[in-house]
Design a protein. Structure first.
Length: 94
């Protein structure tokens, strides 16, 4: 069983993937809109916002799947907040 972060889980693909993955893994969904996925942990936030990413600090992820829309702010975003998230293995980041 892996700990998986899925961004964009309020969207069509993200919510479907989170629903399937949560059957056999611990899934945390990060989304700007409310993600209602049975069996998954929902964290409301923006991937481009470092303070929102801090909400992910209690979790340790094996894999991250980024399906969220790229807002204009992402073009200038610093990924330093994302790097502070705890991953077992950085190679697992997709």
């Amino acid at each position: 069983m892996s700990n998986i972060l899925i961004t964009g889980a309020s969207g069509f693909i993200g919510s479907a993937l989170a629903r399937v993955m949560s059957a056999s893994h611990t899934v945390v969904c990060l989304s700007r809109a409310e993600a209602r996925v049975d069996g998954a942990i929902s964290v409301r936030g923006d991937f481009a916002n470092a303070s929102d990413l801090q909400r992910l600090e209690p979790y340790r992820f094996d894999v991250a799947i980024h399906l969220g829309m790229e807002p204009p702010s992402m073009q200038k975003a610093s990924f330093s907040g994302f790097r502070s998230c705890s991953f077992h293995d950085k190679i697992g980041v997709m």
